[in-house]
Design a protein around this ligand. Structure first.
Ligand SMILES: O=C(CO)[C@H](O)[C@H](O)COP(=O)(O)O
Ligand SMILES: [Co+2]
Length: 228
């Protein structure tokens, strides 16, 4: 299980997005939080900004759509250049059809769960996805405190992924930092979104490297424990 670190540009300077992407060289994906002021009480950016950002950076874009009517909008983010598109389970009328459409258009299909949404009703849907995102804060804002009570859900999701023998990536988003990333990795997450912990650091690229080292150490120890 390879560790991936995805800085969230929610905590970057929106007037300098191309430079902010360069500041996190070495990151696996750039996490782009799209908010519509309906699904969440905040407003960020949309398709035209994603199009420009995709042209401005070589880092692939991981678009996290916190928007209503995901069925209508998500495919447009693939066309805008996103390599991975995450829709919320709570905002999709037909998640299987939507995941298939995202994949057919050439991107990785991912589904997110708000903290109060359980994973169990979605077990049969997991093979349709390339990634599952477990929110570890209420979506809407960066800089919130990590919700420890999400750790059992991360664990249960990792068990379901193993039970079905899937290649699915397991992403965590919200309050991920030097003081919480090890707990997430230990619970079974392998893709880590970090906004304030990266862009709030004096050297964002160094913050990405440090988070990666922490997560890799834990996941190597977990792999060793499983294999013996
Ligand atoms: O989806 C999000 C908020 O809804 C952001 O990706 C997330 O909060 C990242 O910011 P931080 O690491 O500062 O919590
Ligand atoms: Co996000």
């Amino acid at each position: 299980m390879a560790v991936q670190i995805n800085p969230s540009i929610l905590s970057a300077d929106f007037a300098r997005l191309a430079e902010e992407a360069k500041a996190v060289e070495g990151a696996d994906w750039l996490h782009v939080d799209v908010m519509d002021n309906h699904f969440v009480p905040n407003l960020t950016l949309g398709v035209p900004v994603v199009e420009s950002l995709a042209r401005a950076t070589d880092i692939p874009l991981d678009c996290h759509l916190m928007i209503e009517d995901a069925d209508r909008w998500a495919p447009q983010y693939v066309e805008a250049g996103a390599g991975s598109v995450t829709f919320h389970a709570e905002a999709a009328a037909a998640p299987i059809r939507l995941a298939r459409e995202i994949r057919a258009k050439g991107a990785r299909a991912s589904m997110a769960l708000k903290p109060a949404t359980p994973i169990e009703p979605y077990e049969d849907l997991l093979p349709e996805l390339d990634m599952l995102l477990i929110m570890t804060v209420e979506p809407g804002f960066g800089g919130q405190a990590f919700l420890d009570l999400m750790l059992p859900k991360i664990r249960r999701t990792r068990e379901l992924i193993s039970k079905h023998g899937l290649e699915l990536w397991l992403q965590v988003d919200g309050g991920v930092s030097a003081s919480t990333i090890e707990r997430c990795a230990e619970a079974g997450a392998d893709v880590f979104v970090a906004g304030s912990a990266v862009y709030g650091a004096a050297d964002p690229a160094q913050a990405v490297r440090a988070l990666r080292t922490q997560a890799e150490t834990v996941s190597a120890a977990a792999a060793w424990a499983c294999g013996h």
